[in-house]
Ligand binder design. Structure first.
Ligand code: NDP
Length: 262
C-alpha cells in the first residue's frame, strides 16, 4: 500500500473501530490526532501501535458533544500539525431501552454524542477546509461513522437508530453543500463489528449464533474491515466519490431473511 501523506483526526480512537482506523492510517505514515473521552489507557495503546508501525500521533481528550472541547481539539490539531486533511467522525455510544421506558437522559446522551457530536466535529473540519486556498484539488475529507441502522430499523435501540438515521441526511446534505468547494464528505455504515460496544453479543455463543443469521457472509466483522474502507475513502483513489455511504456489513443490509435455502 502506498504511503498516505495526510494528517487525520479520529474521534473515539481509544478502542474498537476508531482505534483500528487510527492505527491503520498511522502505519501508512499519516499523522494522527487520537481523540478519546474516558479511556486514556486505550488512547495510549493506540499511540503505541501507531509508533510501533512507524507513524506519529498525539492524544487529545475531549467530549465530542461539548462545543468548546471540540473547538479546542481542532485548534490543537492545527497547532501541532499545521492543519489536517481528514476527519474520521467515529465516536459513538449505545444506551439501550424499550421506547416507553426510555428516559430523556438516555435519549439526549446518545443524540448528543452520536449526532450533535458528529455535527460539531464536522463543522470544525469544514471551517478549516474552507479556509484552505483553492488549488483545484481536494481541500479535505470528512468520513462519518454511521451504521447499518441508518436504514435498518432497530427496536429497543430507537435513540441509536435515530442518531444514525440523522447522520445519513447530515452527511448527504453536507456533501451537497461543500462539494463545489472541493471538500469531500462520505460515510461508512458498519454492520456487526466485534468491539466493546457489542461485546455482550459476540462473546456469548448463543447470541453470536443468532447474530450470524443476520449476516449472509457468515462472519462477524473486524475493525480492520472498516479501516480498509476508510483508507480508500480518504485517498485520492476515491476522488469522484461524494455523498455516498459504504456498507461494510457482510451483506446485513440485503434482507437476509429472504435467503433461499432450497
Ligand atoms: P467502542 O465502544 O469500542 O468505541 C467507542 C469510542 O467512542 C471510544 O473510543 C469512546 O471513547 C468514544 N466515545 C464515546 N463517547 C464519546 C464522547 N462523548 N466523546 C468522545 N469520544 C467518545 O465502539 P465501536 O468502535 O464499535 O464504535 C465506533 C463507532 O462505530 C460508533 O459510532 C458506532 O456507532 C459505530 N458502529 C459500530 C458498530 C459495531 O458493530 N461495533 C456497528 C455500526 C456502527 P472512550 O472509551 O475513551 O470513552
Amino acid at each position: 500500500m502506498t504511503k498516505l501523506n495526510k494528517t487525520i483526526v479520529v474521534t473515539g480512537a481509544s478502542s474498537g473501530i476508531g482505534q483500528g482506523i487510527a492505527v491503520a492510517f498511522g502505519q501508512l505514515g499519516a499523522n494522527v490526532l487520537i481523540n478519546y473521552h474516558s479511556d486514556e489507557e486505550g488512547a495510549k495503546e493506540t499511540l503505541k501501535q501507531i509508533n510501533d508501525g512507524g507513524g506519529t500521533g498525539i492524544i487529545h481528550q475531549a467530549n465530542v458533544g461539548i462545543e468548546e472541547e471540540v473547538i479546542s481539539m481542532f485548534d490543537r490539531a492545527k497547532e501541532e500539525f499545521g492543519g489536517f486533511d481528514v476527519l474520521i467522525n467515529n465516536a459513538g455510544i449505545q444506551q439501550d431501552n424499550t421506547f416507553s421506558k426510555m428516559s430523556l437522559e438516555e435519549w439526549t446522551t446518545v443524540i448528543d454524542t452520536n449526532l450533535t457530536g458528529q455535527f460539531l466535529c464536522a463543522r470544525e473540519a469544514i471551517r478549516h477546509f474552507e479556509g484552505k486556498p483553492d488549488t483545484g484539488k481536494v481541500k479535505g475529507n470528512v468520513i462519518f461513522m454511521s451504521s447499518v441502522h441508518d436504514i435498518i430499523p432497530w427496536a429497543g435501540h430507537i435513540n441509536y437508530a435515530a442518531s444514525k438515521g440523522g447522520i445519513l441526511m447530515l452527511m448527504k446534505s453536507l456533501a451537497l453543500e461543500v462539494a463545489p468547494q472541493k471538500i469531500r464528505v462520505n460515510a461508512i455504515s458498519p454492520g456487526a463489528i466485534a468491539t466493546d460496544i457489542n461485546e455482550e453479543v459476540w462473546s456469548d455463543e448463543t447470541k453470536k449464533k443468532e447474530l450470524l443469521k443476520l449476516i449472509p457472509y457468515q462472519r462477524i466483522g473486524e475493525a480492520k474491515d472498516v479501516a480498509k474502507a476508510a483508507i480508500w475513502l480518504a485517498s485520492d483513489d476515491s476522488d469522484y466519490v461524494i455523498g455516498t455511504t459504504i456498507y461494510v456489513d457482510g451483506g446485513m443490509t440485503l434482507y437476509p431473511g429472504f435467503v433461499d435455502n432450497g
